[in-house]
Design a protein around this ligand. Structure first.
Ligand code: HEC
Ligand code: HEC
Ligand code: HEC
Length: 137
């Protein structure tokens, strides 16, 4: 009796927590504190793409990324100095910083925000197949 109540409670908690966790893990982050003002397209950070390659701890503890879209005051000087994205995008762990357009691929004017979800990612390839040009975002 007691045991089944605990199991019931736990599965209720799982149902309540899962959608929020999925959002945190899978969405792309558009980072635009400075880009627009500097005449660059906003930077796009594909969270899921990185998440499958690294543990949360690598970025959010070791590299010091705050858990907040736009919360890190990232500049190119810091990236070139090996901080933030530059800890990996240095031509060793991953491709280097001269590939401007790989990161600065946001639509001009998009504010700092979180885009996409697991559902959109799963659905987008179908659209792509249909019209041959939509890009999953
Ligand atoms: C690995 C990803 C990445 C690459 C590659 C990259 N950037 Fe950035 N860049 C960022 C991020 C993230 C920001 C912070 C965006 C913001 O808050 O607007 C940024 C900010 C900027 C800014 C505004 C802030 C500042 O430091 O002046 C400019 C201008 C800029 N980048 C130019 C470039 C140019 C030019 C290149 C290619 C030579 C480049 N970036 C390559 C990720 C990248
Ligand atoms: C490769 C680096 C990297 C890894 C791995 C990573 N993150 Fe992030 N995370 C970031 C960056 C970069 C941002 C955006 C920060 C910014 O805009 O300045 C971010 C933003 C976030 C945010 C705030 C935005 C949102 O989507 O709600 C949360 C929450 C978050 N991460 C959770 C996680 C969790 C949980 C994991 C592991 C399952 C994880 N991250 C793994 C780099 C990473
Ligand atoms: C912990 C290491 C790490 C950090 C930090 C990191 N990246 Fe990456 N990133 C990678 C690796 C590894 C790849 C896969 C490409 C490869 O194998 O070289 C990648 C790929 C990408 C891609 C290509 C995605 C695609 O669909 O092809 C983009 C865009 C990108 N990173 C942007 C960023 C931005 C913006 C930041 C900082 C906000 C960042 N990354 C921080 C390791 C990292």
């Amino acid at each position: 009796m007691f045991k089944s109540a605990i199991i019931g409670l736990l599965s209720m908690m799982a149902v309540l927590l899962l959608p929020q966790m999925a959002k945190a893990e899978y969405a792309d982050v558009v980072i635009n504190n400075y880009s627009d003002a500097a005449g660059m397209r906003p930077a796009v950070f594909p969270h899921w793409y990185h998440r499958i390659r690294f543990r949360c701890k690598v970025c959010h503890a070791d590299l010091g990324f705050e858990f907040k879209a736009g919360g890190n005051k990232i500049t190119m000087a810091k990236i070139i100095d090996g901080q933030f994205c530059g800890a990996c995008h240095n031509g060793e762990i991953s491709w280097s910083v001269e590939n401007c357009g790989m990161c600065h691929s946001g639509i001009p004017g998009t504010p700092t925000s979180i885009h996409g979800s697991t559902v959109q990612r799963l659905v987008a390839p179908t659209y792509k197949a249909l019209d041959g040009k939509s890009k999953p975002k």
